[in-house]
Design a protein around this ligand. Structure first.
Ligand code: ADP
Ligand code: MG
Length: 461
């Protein structure tokens, strides 16, 4: 851009935030980027002010790259970014630093939950997610109907309700909507928790000998909602606690709602007793939204932002982004950022140009190491085992998947892959790839697993 020097600091930061939002989950975005601003820009050196140490740490260590890229794209002279805590600027001592040493972990978690905008600390619910703002289409019809029914009659229809589907397709939205609906009408206690948070709580409770309180807290809810439950797989103590909590609620006809990125069957390291509990009620999946649904979502969001936009632009976005509603929203945010920055509505050509930058970002190059790590993490096996000679059944499939991905996506040669996997013969690799290829043709589970793994790889940088 040639006029870049005319942007005000605020405008530049707003536009950059619009971009960063695309790369960061909503919760993280609110948590770490809220109340940040550009303090100064001088000779390509940008000083960003942040509200506290935690934000500083996270931005420096985790999001620096996104921030740098976003600013660079808007303002090519940027060559350095510094993060400064706002209170330091004003020469104040941050209150928290006056305190004695507090367990950083506790604080960090506190911070996370406090800052997630609009989240009720007790219930974990955010009013933003409601049934009214959830657009129903063929891809989510069943999950939506089940969720609604559970919200109207908790504990009486489907118990547990298990919703699964890929990233950014509306699972959290539906789960939260159930909680909000329940809390609205009746004197029922709904509680939403991510399985990561639940795990952290179990770990802390063990450390602090407060398990009884934790048990009490969860067992007194009427509707317990646990999001992304796949993360508790493989975590023994958490699974055990969860099993007992589950039973205690279930026996008293309390509603349990769960979500995951895959079906209970496909969460490989989930304890069997939990798997059968999870699968014992209603299972509904959410698929990719069709074009009409995507367009309807965009229109609703534009309205929410009070943003009048040329419908052709929305149609264009809906055409280009098909597999992730969060990205769909991200594109719209980007157009809005552009429009605020330039104080005009982008023309269709401009919109296409803006979006092409997002959509056509060259596929990030992932390394062999990343593929192996991602596959190992996904199947919850050890990276070393994946490479070693073991013929254990649990390892064989993940290993074949990793080989397949290296061949298909990284275009590595068969002998090279063999070498990377404990000096195996290239024929073994050919066999592995063939095996996965034929499985992919007939087996829904592995297809889905492959989607998730690829999604995770493409989210890495
Ligand atoms: P998931 O939990 O499946 O990864 P989310 O529930 O976080 O996905 O959805 C991602 C974003 O897309 C959220 O902002 C959510 O409000 C929005 N969204 C998803 N599905 C719909 C829908 N059917 N109608 C409206 N907004 C949706
Ligand atoms: Mg979610």
């Amino acid at each position: 851009m040639t006029e870049e020097k005319n942007f005000s600091k605020e405008e530049l930061w707003q536009a950059a935030l619009g971009e960063i939002e695309l790369n960061v989950s909503r919760a993280n975005f609110f948590t770490w980027l809220r109340n940040t601003s550009i303090e100064s820009i001088k000779d390509g050196s940008v000083v960003i002010s942040v509200p506290n140490n935690f934000s500083k740490e996270w931005l420096e260590n985790k999001y620096h790259k996104f921030i740098f890229q976003a600013l660079k794209r808007l303002f090519s002279e940027v060559n350095k970014i510094e993060y400064i805590i706002k209170s330091e600027l004003k020469n104040e001592v941050p209150e928290k630093e006056k305190d004695k040493k507090i367990n950083e972990n506790v604080l960090l978690k506190e911070q996370l939950s406090l800052n997630e905008i609009g989240v009720n600390r007790e219930t974990g619910l955010n009013k933003r997610y409601a049934f009214e703002t959830f657009i129903v289409g063929s891809s989510n019809e069943l999950a939506h109907a089940a969720a609604l029914s559970v919200a109207k009659n908790p504990g009486k229809t489907y118990n547990p309700l298990f919703i699964y589907g890929g990233v950014g397709l509306g699972k959290t939205h539906l789960l939260q909507a159930i909680g909000n609906e329940v809390s609205k009408k009746e004197k029922l206690k709904a509680k939403y928790v991510t399985s990561e948070k639940f795990t952290n709580e179990v770990v802390m409770a063990i450390q602090n000998h407060t398990m009884d309180q934790l048990k009490e807290k969860y067992r007194k809810t009427d509707v317990l909602i646990v999001d992304d439950v796949q993360f508790i797989a493989g975590k023994e103590k958490t699974q055990e606690e969860f099993f007992h909590t589950f039973n205690s609620l279930y026996e008293r006809n309390k509603q349990i709602v769960l979500s995951s990125d895959r079906s209970p069957k496909s969460i490989t390291t989930l304890e069997d007793r939990l798997r059968s509990r999870f699968a014992g009620g209603m299972i509904a999946d959410i698929g990719y939204p069709d074009f009409e649904t995507r367009l309807a979502i965009l229109k609703t969001k534009a309205e929410e932002y009070n943003f009048k936009i040329n419908e052709n632009i929305l149609i264009y976005i809906a055409n280009v982004i098909s597999q992730n509603i969060r990205e769909l929203e991200g594109c719209l945010t980007r157009i809005i950022a552009f429009s605020r920055l330039t104080k005009k509505m982008p023309t269709e050509e401009e919109a296409i140009k803006i979006l092409n930058e997002v959509v056509k970002t060259p596929k990030k190059i992932v390394s062999i190491k990343q593929v192996i790590k991602t596959v190992a993490d996904f199947y919850d096996v050890d990276e070393k085992d994946l490479i070693a000679k073991s013929r254990q059944k649990e390892i064989v499939k993940p290993r074949q998947v990793a080989m397949y991905l290296l061949r298909e996506d990284l275009k590595s040669s068969f002998p090279y892959i063999g070498k990377k996997f404990g000096n195996r013969d290239h024929t073994t690799v050919i066999h592995a790839c063939g095996k996965i290829l034929s499985l992919l043709k007939e087996n829904e589970t592995i297809k889905r697993e492959m989607e998730i793994i690829r999604e995770r790889l493409s989210n890495q940088s």
